[in-house]
Design a protein. Structure first.
Length: 501
């Protein structure tokens, strides 16, 4: 057995360990039992001389490592210093700085604060580490890197019906919230200088787009360019949900991987060599993620997109599947909570697997469908189906709806995403540099976005566009077992031929 295949099994065992620890509470006695079994199997290799037993032993050890890593994070949450001040009647003063870009809402702004010290009436300043989410009024405006003094009461994040807000924040390392505190600006001497430049560019970009493009088109523009939904009304979010096109309003794995695949195919159609197209697509994808401020969700989606491109470039299915599992292992090693509580990670992971395994199958099935250079319908259809089939169960489980007509609007919209996104950034840059040129380029941008808006609006009005369901986690596991079994059967019969065309 090759070393890469052995590493694949180790990483997969680690991921399963995190999964088991995420869904059931594993007692320490059982964990020690698994550990002892793994060590016993490893040492039995010296007597039995069987490679498989040796491998199984190490896989059990990596399973234990995955469980231990997840439990260690839960222990860290329980003993977080800032969390000890939650839900107290006592008002405290926190000195910290804005560690991410402020999230401006309609009537408020959400600030992620990295705390440096905390003090109360009874106790003096105490050096402390931790992150809190603070809700403040829109004005005065605070920027990334601003140092603030904040006075208020810390609270434990609530759990809403149908949405576990507490766990949603925990995966970001936030265990405390504070609403409408007294705030004072101390300076702007924190933060990464490069990120300050990127956020400044993004703000100017948004000012330009909001000056020239009216809603709802402008909301779709910011969603495509930056993955921000704050400028999309609740009515339009619902329309995107109904039509199964909500992924275009986020820098999601599904969105990034499909766009990366289409950009790669488009560059190839221009006459570039495969190797040149590969490196150029990775450069454009990396530049895009950097330009939107390098958020964690986009970074994860970008990694999955680059892995897909690497697999297409090498043309080897085994290389692709091992690379995806290894990437998942590294991400979960850093933050085990992503597996259960971050749907963006789930979609990135599953969409990439769908494109690796299912797109080639659909591509071969649709041989009679034309695939011209300017509108590669066959590529778009197979990519959209591959990603959607593999992400559908997790979407149904999380949102309780099946978008019955989602394939049609996605086929009509997805091919336009890559050129629209490129056109949006050309327009934004031009508007920042020379205002009249920005106005001129806003016309084709508005036209393309209107095309998207009209399609979404029309399909959302069809009465049977969405089927509402309520499914359990058992259904979710069965759905992916069926998909996994289908792929295994096709792979065993050598019917999966990786996409090289």
């Amino acid at each position: 057995m090759t070393s890469s295949k052995i590493l694949f099994y180790f990483c997969l065992s680690f991921i399963f360990g995190i999964f088991f620890s995420s869904v059931i509470k594993i007692p320490q006695s059982l964990l020690w039992g698994f550990l002892s079994l793994g060590v016993l199997l490893i040492f039995s290799q010296f007597f039995l001389r069987k490679e498989n037993i040796f491998l199984i032993g190490f896989c059990i050890l990596f399973l234990v490592l995955g469980i231990s890593r997840h439990q260690a994070v839960l222990f860290e949450i329980e003993n977080n210093q800032l969390r000890q001040f939650n839900d107290s009647d006592q008002e405290i003063t926190i000195i910290g700085f804005v560690s991410t870009e402020p999230d401006a809402r309609e009537n408020s702004t959400k600030l992620t604060i990295k705390a440096l010290s905390v003090s109360s009436v009874e106790d003096g300043p105490l050096r402390i580490e931790g992150r809190i989410l603070v809700t403040v009024s829109k004005y005065p405006e605070y920027q990334y890197g601003d140092s603030l003094e904040i006075k208020g009461k810390l609270e434990t994040p609530p759990v809403f019906e149908g949405f576990d807000y507490r766990n949603y924040l925990q995966k970001q390392g936030i265990y405390s919230v504070m609403s409408w505190p007294k705030t004072g600006l101390l300076g702007n001497n924190f933060g990464n200088p490069v990120m300050k430049i990127l956020f400044s560019f993004k703000k100017k970009f948004q000012e330009t787009s909001r000056a020239f493009i009216p809603p709802p088109q402008e909301g779709i523009l910011e969603a495509l360019a930056f993955g921000e939904e704050s400028n999309i009304s609740q009515d339009w979010k619902e329309k995107l949900n109904i039509t199964g096109t909500r992924h275009i309003a986020a820098v999601s794995g599904m969105n990034i991987t499909i766009i990366a695949s289409l950009i790669f195919s488009f560059i190839l159609s221009l006459g570039f060599w495969r190797q040149h197209a590969f490196y150029l697509t990775i450069f454009l994808l990396s530049l895009y993620i950097l330009m939107i401020g390098f958020p964690a969700s986009a970074a994860r989606a970008g990694i999955m997109g680059i892995l897909l491109l690497t697999a297409q470039h090498l043309g080897r299915l085994s290389t692709a599947q091992r690379a995806v599992i290894f990437a998942g292992f590294l991400m979960l090693l850093m933050n085990p909570l992503l597996l259960r509580f971050d749907i963006g990670f789930q979609l990135s992971f599953l969409a990439t697997i769908g494109l690796i395994y299912l797109q080639p199958i659909f591509y071969n099935w649709f041989k009679k469908i034309p695939n011209p250079k300017l509108f590669p319908l066959r590529t778009v259809l197979s990519a959209t189906l591959g990603a959607q089939v593999f992400t559908l169960p997790i979407l149904v489980y999380n949102f309780g709806r099946i978008p019955l007509l989602s394939l049609i609007p996605n086929i009509l919209i997805v091919p336009m995403l890559a050129p629209i996104t490129i056109l949006i950034f050309i327009f934004g840059l031009a508007g920042i540099i020379f205002w009249p040129l920005g106005f001129f380029l806003s016309l084709p941008v508005w036209f393309c976005l209107t095309y998207v808006v009209v399609l979404v609006d029309w399909f959302s009005k069809i009465s049977f566009a969405t089927l509402f369901v309520n499914v359990s986690w058992i259904w979710l596991i069965i759905a992916y077992l069926i998909l996994g079994g289908l792929i295994w059967q096709l792979n065993r019969k050598k019917k999966i031929v990786f996409l090289l065309e």
